[in-house]
Design a protein around this ligand. Structure first.
Ligand SMILES: NC(=O)c1ccc[n+]([C@@H]2O[C@H](COP(=O)([O-])OP(=O)(O)OC[C@H]3O[C@@H](n4cnc5c(N)ncnc54)[C@H](OP(=O)(O)O)[C@@H]3O)[C@@H](O)[C@H]2O)c1
Length: 294
């Protein structure tokens, strides 16, 4: 199958493109910048900004779209907003699919997405999901993963670097629960559901086999640098919130949106996705493999 992947150079995109190509699909890869390292054979690179590029041309001849583009932080001065990157980009993808005669779509959302979510990230992901669901003639599968691990996951790399500080700064009590899932399992899910009619019109919540508090995730990543239980300093949420609000004018490391997401549980009981990935990898086994101190 010829498959368009948007966000192809990103963390999830690279794993997805590699898996699709290994399975004999050809991929039309979209992102603004072409990665420096060569991609798998079978990839046609179409660099461009999803907000302006000619998507109909890029989609020509494809049978399916895997729409992965998403952001975690806005850059309003460059027009990079949640509204544009989640809702506007999805709308452009749907319009281009109709024009190019493509009906199959795997759409990347996120666990925690709901109409009245605390974060703009989740609210705009919800709006994008609604657009996908309301599109007549589109056979969609919507994926809502929790945090992803595998390779060099940006979120866990950030925890690891914070774990080097004399006292690890944790927003709040650090007891928020997460259910990390392997990026390679998510890529497998994309590969396996792509041709499977039984996945059409489903929204799949995707959580790994274990749940961890934020404190435990810090400890897990800290172990890798030889500090199994680093001393932590639990920062009052009001104080972190005040700092986060400065993120619109100063380069502070956390935004109000990210803080909202770090302080609400991100777990699911839905295991429908095991139909396509019956034995997902656990965070513990991945972390043990990668941990030089074990
Ligand atoms: N990572 C996680 O743990 C996680 C968890 C749940 C859901 N998700 C969702 O999964 C999706 C992929 O996440 P990720 O972690 O792979 O993100 P990522 O590493 O930041 O990748 C984003 C991709 O989108 C491309 N992109 C960004 N802005 C673009 C634009 N204006 N036009 C064209 N391409 C653009 C980026 O390449 P350029 O910068 O070169 O354009 C890159 O290829 C997102 O929708 C995210 O919300 C991720």
């Amino acid at each position: 199958m010829r498959v368009v992947v948007t966000g192809a150079s990103g963390y999830v995109g690279s794993a997805t493109v590699a898996k699709l190509c290994r399975s004999g699909h050809s991929v039309v890869a979209i992102a603004r910048h072409k990665p420096a390292e060569p991609m798998a054979s079978g990839v046609t690179w179409v660099p461009g900004d999803i907000r302006h590029m000619d998507l109909v041309r890029a989609f020509d001849g494809a049978q399916a779209v895997v729409h992965l583009i998403g952001i975690i932080r806005e850059v309003p001065q460059s027009g990079i907003t949640f509204e544009w990157m989640h809702v506007g980009a999805t709308e452009r993808v749907l319009v281009a699919m109709r024009a190019a005669g493509i009906s199959r779509l795997i759409h990347m959302s996120a666990l925690g997405t709901r109409r009245a979510a605390a974060s703009q990230y989740h609210r705009t992901k919800w709006e994008a999901e609604q657009l996908v669901r309301s599109q007549a003639g589109v056979k969609s599968t919507i994926l809502r993963p929790s945090l992803m691990f595998g390779g060099a996951p940006p979120f866990f790399e950030m925890l690891k670097s914070l774990a080097q500080l004399p006292r690890v700064p944790v927003p709040g009590d650090g007891r928020t629960l997460f259910q990390p899932v392997s990026v390679h399992d998510v890529a497998t899910l994309i590969l396996e559901t792509l041709p499977d009619n039984s996945s059409f019109d489903l929204t799949l919540e995707v959580g790994g086999p274990e749940r961890f508090t934020l404190n435990q995730l810090f400890d897990g990543m800290a172990r890798r640098i030889g500090r199994p239980h680093p001393p932590k300093i639990h920062l009052p949420l009001g104080m972190v919130g005040a700092v986060a609000r400065l993120s619109s004018i100063l380069p502070v490391p956390i935004t109000p949106d990210q803080l909202a997401m770090l302080t609400e549980p991100n777990v699911t009981d839905d295991d429908t996705w095991h139909r396509w990935v019956p034995a997902p990898e656990s965070f513990s086994s991945w972390n043990a493999k990668e941990d030089p101190h074990r």
